[in-house]
Design a protein around this ligand. Structure first.
Ligand SMILES: Nc1nc2c(ncn2[C@@H]2O[C@H](COP(=O)(O)OP(=O)(O)OP(=O)(O)O)[C@@H](O)[C@H]2O)c(=O)[nH]1
Ligand SMILES: [Mg+2]
Ligand SMILES: [Zn+2]
Length: 330
């Protein structure tokens, strides 16, 4: 904390204190102060207008114990394309050190994991793939190894909240002070995992549908939970589909970027060009995922650029109108 943010010494001024956002509840935010007090507070209108509404994980300053006055600069973020709005990003969680990508054994969805990995990379967040329900897959170690190879990361663990498989490895990855966010589809067992880490049944969980193994969207809001180890974990509602926002494929598919430097053409698309160093070295499904995500990133880049241009244009028109009103020469 900077000295000037500590209002304690300034008599007569309203005091400001640092706090962390735990959850959002109907336009208010549950924050925890450094003293461990929990307050449900509104945020200043300015914050919300400027598009920096607090999100779970944010570090904020609270003024007079009554309002969130500022959101401090964010570290790692998870940002997805807004599901309803045109060319808008939605910050799901802030100040995240590690994204725990949860997907259930015996058939984790590799494409979804690759997409979440790119989303995390875009926000500067490292990943830990957690394959849940290991008790349902006798070859969970083999599956984990396959996933690790495909995603090009050593950080894959198979866990079971039921029989305790892999829970030590997961616990060790969540050190005191670390903030993790759980990302994965409904029914993957995210909340069950949080309960197992907590050692109690605080988070509500529900059985998946027997017909198709899908979850019932049991968790409805994001919430930051303090684990006994001193790590923080953000439980989230299941997301099956998520749109890219910032570019993350460069980092999430680092092996492709590295190989591409040896392609004959610098703008090689690794498709049919001669002298391509990528095409035969990367599994076709992996290259396919990369292509899909790259295309999506390029598309959203265009949309964002167009939206910025429209904003600029709108501002110029508004300015010209004001000038006319005042009778100024144009
Ligand atoms: N066999 C087995 N079942 C599990 C395991 N972990 C969770 N489940 C079951 O999976 C179902 C869904 O678990 P939840 O924890 O509610 O799933 P979730 O990912 O939080 O789902 P949402 O909140 O809807 O996103 C429950 O019936 C759990 O008992 C596990 O390790 N093994
Ligand atoms: Mg849940
Ligand atoms: Zn190539």
């Amino acid at each position: 904390m900077r000295d000037d943010e500590d209002g304690d010494g300034l008599q007569g001024e309203r005091t400001t204190a640092p706090a962390r956002v735990i959850a959002e509840r109907r336009g208010r935010w549950l924050v925890e102060t450094e003293e461990g007090d929990r307050l449900l507070l509104p945020a200043r209108g300015r914050l919300r207008r400027d598009g920096v509404s607090p999100v779970v994980g944010d570090r904020v300053t609270v003024e007079g114990g009554a309002t969130i006055a500022a959101v401090l600069p964010r570290g790692g973020t998870i940002v997805r394309r807004h599901a309803g709005r045109e060319a808008a990003g939605q910050v799901l969680a802030a100040n995240v050190d590690v994204a725990v990508l949860a997907d259930a054994l015996p058939t984790p969805n590799l494409r979804r994991l690759e997409r979440f990995a790119a989303l995390a990379a875009a926000g500067g967040v490292r990943i830990l793939v957690v394959l849940t329900k290991a008790d349902r897959d006798p070859d969970h170690a083999g599956t984990a190894a396959r996933v690790a190879r495909r995603l090009g990361t050593p950080d894959v663990v198979a866990v079971s909240s039921l029989d305790g498989t892999g829970m030590d490895a997961l616990g060790a990855a969540l050190r005191a002070g670390t903030t993790a966010v759980l990302l994965g589809p409904s029914g993957a067992g995210k909340s069950t995992l949080v309960n197992a880490l907590l050692g109690d049944d605080r988070r509500r969980t529900a059985p998946v549908r027997a017909t198709d193994d899908r979850g019932r969207h049991t968790t409805v809001g994001r919430e930051l939970i303090v684990l006994p180890s001193g790590a923080y974990i953000i439980d989230t509602p299941g997301i099956r589909e998520v749109g890219m926002w910032d570019d993350g494929t460069g980092a999430a598919f680092a092996e492709i970027a590295a190989l591409a430097t040896r392609c004959r053409f610098s703008d090689c698309t690794h498709d049919t060009e001669p002298g391509c160093a990528v095409r035969d070295a990367v599994p076709p499904e992996r290259l396919d995922s990369w292509r899909t995500l790259r295309r999506e990133e390029a598309w959203i880049d265009d949309r964002r650029a167009a939206s910025r241009a429209r904003d600029q244009w709108g501002k110029r028109i508004a300015k010209a109108r004001r000038a006319i009103h005042r009778g100024e020469p144009r």
